[in-house]
Design a binder for this molecule. Sequence first.
Ligand SMILES: *Cc1c(COP(=O)(O)O)cnc(C)c1O
Length: 391
Amino acid sequence: MKLPLYLDYNATTPIDHRVFEAMMPHLGEEFGNSASIDHLHGARASDAVEKARAAIAGTINARPEELLFTSGATESDNLALIGVMEANEDKGDHLITSKMEHPAVLETAKYLQKRGKHVTFLDVDRTGLLDPDAIAKAITNRTVLISVMMANNEIGTIEPVEVIGRIAHERGIYFHTDATQAIGKLSVDVRAMNIDLMSFSAHKVYGPKGMGALFIRRRNPFVKVSAQIHGGGHERGLRSGTINTAAVVGFSKALQLCYEALSSEPPRMQALRERLWQGLKSRVAGTELNGHPTKCIPNCLNVYLPGVENRALMLTMKDQLAFSAGSACATSKVEPSHVLTALGYSASRSHNSIRLSLGRPTTTEEVDLAIEEISRMANTIRNRFCSTAQS
Ligand SMILES: *Cc1c(COP(=O)(O)O)cnc(C)c1O
């Protein structure tokens, strides 16, 4: 077993070797610019990009022209929120989102607020679920867009996006979802789920970093979005800049592999997650789950270990185990997780909680070692600091 053990797959995943192989030719001799199609080099690059676009679109039940390539989910979220709010000023100036969105959505919403838009940040319940009735109540005749993530990156809770999308459509409002943590783990159908815009990323599904996509619905309704990156008019004028052919091809291959394993891999993850949960619960007194017990992506476990400061645990275990204390983007700050705060938990519970996320390479042996090591260290730290359990 290679140490430190990696249990932080919600932060990023390694490139699958089959993805790597699919990308290689496009990093070498197939170097054409997919926008320069007057010669064969460019035409071949364009063919590769369009083949990948069609394949990715197919996996989410979208049409190829509805899929736009970006540098990742962060850019997709920015384009969705800013682009829609800007392009639909005639319809209104109100955005509805939740308090536990990824910073890519939260911070963009705050930016829009500074630019004069009105934003409602909705509460979630103790398990991280949004109440669709609360969304319906928050809608005004100035509401343009609702943005709610499909699955949370810290606690894994799966939101009722299909219902939220239906409410949005009944009121003539657009619905955006950040599906970065759901894609490849759940089956996602943008039409059945009433989604108008959807962000996702390659590096969370064993593809390359710096590659993402935004689905923008082109029919029933046609979603108006204004470009945020201007230039040569690539991606239907919505996102200029030469496309990273190798990354696009890798993204497509990565998703294909996830979908091929969609009936076997999620149940395997779920079983490992359950083993990890039961193991920790039985060995560390007072352990509690953060999130929803069943409406959860299969690879994610967020646990409260009373009296065990997560940063102390992380530091003492850094040669054995890689995991997360709060979201990756917040690791340089000592602030409590905004997600656990949104769930109504105290700062102390937040600082005593860790996120373990499993992935394709994770084995039963790794999970057993993680249980052993975490419980041993947790009990040591607890005794050393004589902390008392509190919530
Ligand atoms: C990782 C993540 C992002 C950011 O994706 P990048 O491709 O790294 O920009 C956005 N939203 C969620 C839910 C994520 O998990």
